[in-house]
Design a protein around this ligand. Structure first.
Ligand code: SAH
Ligand code: SF4
Ligand code: F3S
Length: 439
């Protein structure tokens, strides 16, 4: 009898966690684990957590509460906590949650298989010097035509509100050769679109032929891979948008016209208090240069409202910046004080004030998003099918501009690229009519 063990993984937080969860599942597959979507069946439950805001990390404890009941009926079930809460609160998790068997920080995943085999409760939140991915098995067949590829991890920027430099550690870039190899293998498995990931992806400076390569050079090399039709990268810091990377947006047809470029605030006073090291004006000038290289590029961003000390005038300055840029989308958050970060020491803005500001900002962003989407109606777009739609005969995929597009195409298959004409703009997606199959 083969010893098939079942693994249930739940992923919270950013795309880097999504990538890490896939790699952990692959590492455990080598030990006989197959993944399941049914938590009750699992022999091992892994929660890959996020610590970015209070709400995100609280989810871990509410999920653990639910798992406790499950484990009472099935004592041999193992529970592991991975990710950024594991890194930040490893020992506390073991104390607060007796049903947790192992705690593994984001830089120790290559030691996960051994930890799962270990008896007793184990915790590993070291920051090793080696590339954690180098010791994981090769990637196996993927599910769809798109894939993430982590090229850089960690952050040295220390924005005053942010836990990432503490949970992910110092900035580290993976070597060029390894990334090209991983990208080629993904393409050989049918992947047509790769999104390069990093907490600070455009600070990439990996070792390559002739010295350290920047992200622009890495993208140029990736664009030479036959069959890799689309490239994206996220998330970028404004201060790391160097000339060569901006130029790549004009030079590489594979590099999709969409850029997530968080600004956080439009007030120089608040930007300074946030330790962002750029001004609102510098951001606007940067946007001009990016648009000069790629005029049809869509920009998205992240905003924090209610940062300590934010006045109404500061908030208005953020709205002004949003109006000046015109975003295609944006994520916005109410400031959440995180233990151990410098901003957590400051007096917070009253919750009602922050709530009202968040609503006002989100209404403006929604209006901009609607305008951008409305302007797509009647236009021809390329869509890479990722999954079937909800209606029969319908496929869903992303356009170059990262809009979710529904196309009625009974012959369509996952991984097809088609041309379609946009007919309807719905709140978070577009509908389009099939014109032709590209390939
Ligand atoms: N490395 C990326 C993203 C970091 S986390 C960057 O530098 O942009 C994603 C977003 O979460 C941030 O851009 C920020 O808008 C938000 N965020 C981070 N810490 C936060 C906090 N303490 N409270 C509220 N939002 C926060
Ligand atoms: Fe956090 Fe700032 Fe680093 Fe982004 S750049 S991960 S917001 S510290
Ligand atoms: Fe969250 Fe860690 Fe990503 S805190 S946003 S999972 S880097």
């Amino acid at each position: 009898m083969t010893d098939v063990k079942k693994l249930f993984v739940k992923t919270y937080g950013c795309q880097m966690n999504v990538y890490d969860s896939e790699r952990m599942a692959e590492a455990l597959a080598a030990q006989g684990y197959v993944t399941t979507d049914v938590v009750e069946e699992a022999d091992l439950v892994l929660l890959n957590t996020c610590h970015i805001r209070e709400k995100a990390s609280e989810k871990l404890y509410s999920d653990l509460g639910r798992l406790r009941a499950l484990k009472a009926d099935k004592p041999e079930m193992k529970i592991g906590v991975a990710g950024c809460v594991a890194q930040a609160e490893g020992e506390e998790i073991l104390r607060r949650a007796p049903m947790v068997d192992l705690v593994v920080g984001p830089q120790a995943y290559h030691r996960l298989p051994a930890m799962v085999e270990a008896r007793g409760r184990v915790v590993d939140t070291e920051f090793p010097v080696e590339d954690k991915f180098a010791h994981l098995p090769e990637r196996r067949a993927l599910r769809g035509p798109t894939a993430f590829l982590t090229v850089q991890e960690g952050c040295d920027k220390f924005c005053a509100f942010c836990v990432v430099p503490y949970t992910r550690g110092a900035e580290v870039s993976r070597p060029v050769a390894r990334l090209l190899d991983e990208a080629r293998k993904l393409v050989a498995q049918g992947v047509r679109e790769i999104t390069l990931l990093g907490q600070n992806v455009n600070a990439y400076h990996g070792e390559g032929p002739g010295g350290a390569w920047g992200l622009g050079r890495l993208l140029r090399e990736m664009a030479r891979i036959e069959g890799l039709d689309r490239l994206r990268y996220t998330t970028s810091h404004p201060n790391d948008m160097h000339d060569d990377l901006i130029a790549a947006h004009g030079d590489l047809p594979q590099l999709m016209p969409y850029l997530h470029l968080p600004v956080q605030s439009g007030s120089d006073r608040i930007l300074k208090a946030m330790n962002r090291k750029h001004t609102a004006e510098a951001y606007l000038r940067l946007v001009e240069r990016i648009r000069a290289a790629r005029p049809d590029i869509l920009l998205s961003s992240d905003f924090i409202v209610g940062f300590p000390g934010e006045t109404d005038a500061d908030f208005r300055a953020t709205l002004d910046l949003i109006r000046a840029v015109g975003f295609g989308a944006a994520f916005s958050f109410k400031y959440s004080a995180r233990p151990g970060t410098p901003a957590a020491e400051k007096t917070p803005v009253p919750a009602e004030v922050a709530d009202a500001r968040l609503q006002e900002l989100q209404a403006l962003i929604t209006a901009q998003q609607r305008t951008v989407q409305q302007a797509m109606v009647g236009r021809e777009v390329a869509v890479l099918y990722e999954k079937p739609g909800r209606k029969p005969g319908q496929m869903v995929g992303k356009s170059d501009h990262l809009h979710a597009v529904h196309v009625s195409d009974p012959e369509g298959r996952i991984g097809d690229m088609v041309r379609a004409r946009v007919s309807v703009s719905a709140p978070n997606s577009l509908a389009a009519d099939l014109i032709s199959r590209i390939a």
